[in-house]
Structures are given as C-alpha cells and as structure tokens.
Ligand binder design. Structure first.
Ligand code: GLU
Length: 315
C-alpha cells in the first residue's frame, strides 16, 4: 500500500498512454519525474495506460518502451498494463459502491455540458442531475436509454469539502469537490473503468509515492486524493510540470514534427542530444549541449519550472 512517508525514498512513475509516439512534451515530464525521484535516491515505476481500447495501440506501447530505453530513462518496476487490470478496478469499484457512493448516470455528454457550469476554465462541474433519482426513476431511465442502445455511466458522489495538494512546482492547489468538480465518472458508459479510478488503484499497486506529470492534470489531483482516501491508500506527493507549447500557443501534438522522437533523433543525433536540448529549451540548463540522464540528475536546475504552466518549444 502506498504511503508518502518522508523516511522512505520516493517511488516516481512514468504513465504513458500508448496513443502515439513519444514527443518532446512527454519526454520532458518523464525526465523531470526521473530527476526528482533519483535525486532523492528513489525509483521509478512504469505503467502503460492503455485503458481506452479504441485509442490505445500495442505498437505505440512497444515503441514507447524502446524509446525510453534509448533515452536512458530507465524504470525499476513494471511495466504494468492497464488493459490487463479490469478485475482489479472492478474490486475497487465495488468497494466504493459498497460505501453507497456510486450511482448510475443516464446523461449524454450533451446533457452534462448543458446542465453544468464551466468553472475557472478548467473543467465542467457535473450538476448532480442523476444523483437523487428514485429506484423507479432509475429503472425507467435505464429502459429508455437501453432502447436508444446506450448504457449508463457510473459516478462517484463527492463531499462538500476541500481537497488540497502542495505541488512541488505549482504550490498549493485546492478544490472544493462539490463546487469545483461535482460527482465524477468512475466507469464510462462503454463499461471501461475511468482514468480517475484506475490511476489511483495503480499508483497504490505500484507503491508510487510521487506523481510528476504535466500541469494539464493538476485539476485532477484533488479528485485522486479523494479516491485515495476512500480506498484507504496513503496520499502521494505531486509535481505538475509546465506543458510544452508550440509557438502558436497550443500544446505540442503530432503536427509538430520537429518535436517527435524520430525527428529529434535525426536533429540532435543522440539520446544526450535530445535530453540536453529539451532541458535547455525549458531553462533547466544554460547551454544547448548534449547531457545524459545521469548528468541532468546531478546538474539540472528545476527552479525555472516553479509557478510556470507553459514553456515554448523551440527545435
Ligand atoms: N496517461 C496519461 C498521459 O499520458 C498520464 C496520466 C497521469 O500521469 O496520471 O497523459
């Protein structure tokens, strides 16, 4: 069971979704996860987040392992494949259900957006439309949507309570789950268990104590802290690193060929060339020169990441 005890060396993690090849953005966040864990004498777990069968491809998972290996971003535990863990997620789901905290939601995506208010530009707050339906209403709604060929999703009831994290890079971040988030999905209508459930179960299974990842997931951390508490796991520490954006102020994507691992191998000639360039672009080293993972563990300056949510990528 995970426990963020100060006496233990931390266990960090890489958790790639195999929906494409690695690029400068995810390499940057794995590099920082690696540096933070190794500086404290810790270890790294690897998890392939292939929860979504439509979007995940095993060729990308295989390529990811090879690319991490090429880059020298090694791991100590795993890989764990989420696609093989459905029964484990089901157990956790039943545990939450047995606490009376789970209910079926019959809303379509359009219903959810129509009934909810965007909050701080981060995410939609679910209005609780299906929370208080009676047993008869649930049966009726279930029949209606079955006739449309749909099944309900399942939501977790959240308390009117603030969950806060002390983020290594972003400082204190908090949400009142009732006001800022609303009851959230833990099983999708296609039957797949949701990211927010799987990620907490798997971090605990891999004894992860330190989650370093992109700042786009900062707003998920209070939800994950809540699920950790409900399932009796220790809290983990968090560090959310800036997103790499292209010059047009959008996230790096497949369109940014100069940030793809294959193109970077050509442009910078070696793993150290790629890592040194990424570290330079985000301001962690003063010169655009090759640097190995071990050199960056010793020498990279993480201070430029503090309080920062975006860094502009330059090839
Ligand atoms: N699998 C997610 C991604 O590749 C990361 C999830 C996490 O770090 O919690 O974006």
């Amino acid at each position: 069971m995970a426990n963020a005890s100060a006496a233990q060396p931390p266990r960090g993690r890489f958790a790639p979704s195999p929906t494409g090849r690695l690029h400068a953005g995810n390499i940057f966040s794995y590099l920082v996860a690696y540096i933070v864990a190794h500086r404290a004498g810790g270890t790294i777990a690897l998890r392939i987040e292939d929860l979504d069968p439509q979007r995940s491809k095993s060729v990308f998972a295989q390529a990811c392992l090879r690319d991490l290996d090429y880059l020298g971003l090694g791991w100590d535990v795993g890989p764990l494949y989420q696609s093989e863990r459905t029964e484990i997620y089901r157990e956790a789901f039943h545990e939450l259900e047995s606490k009376g905290l789970v209910y079926p939601c019959f809303c379509t995506r359009a219903d959810v957006h129509a009934a909810s208010a965007p909050h701080r530009g981060e995410k939609f707050v679910y209005a609780g439309t299906c929370r208080n339906l009676t047993a008869e209403q649930r049966e009726e709604r279930a029949r209606d949507i079955a006739a449309e060929g749909r099944a309900p999703s399942m939501r977790l009831i959240v308390p009117d309570r603030t969950y806060a994290i002390n983020d290594l890079f972003q400082g204190r971040y908090e949400q009142n789950l009732a006001c800022d988030c609303g009851d959230f999905l833990i099983r999708r209508s296609d039957g797949a268990f949701a990211y927010q459930l799987a990620v907490v179960v798997d971090d605990a299974a891999q004894q992860v104590t330190q989650v370093v990842r992109g700042v786009d997931l900062l707003s998920s951390s209070p939800q994950q802290a809540y699920v950790q508490d409900l399932l009796g796991f220790g809290r983990v520490s968090y560090g959310h690193v800036p997103l790499l954006v292209s010059r047009t102020d959008r996230r790096l994507s497949k369109r940014d060929h100069d940030a793809s691992i294959d193109q970077m191998r050509v442009s910078y000639g070696s793993a150290a060339g790629i890592l040194g360039h990424i570290a330079y672009v985000v301001g962690m080293v003063p010169d655009d020169a090759p640097a190995t993972v071990d050199e960056l563990v010793v020498g990279a300056d993480l201070a430029p990441l503090a309080g920062c949510i975006q860094k502009v990528w330059k090839a």
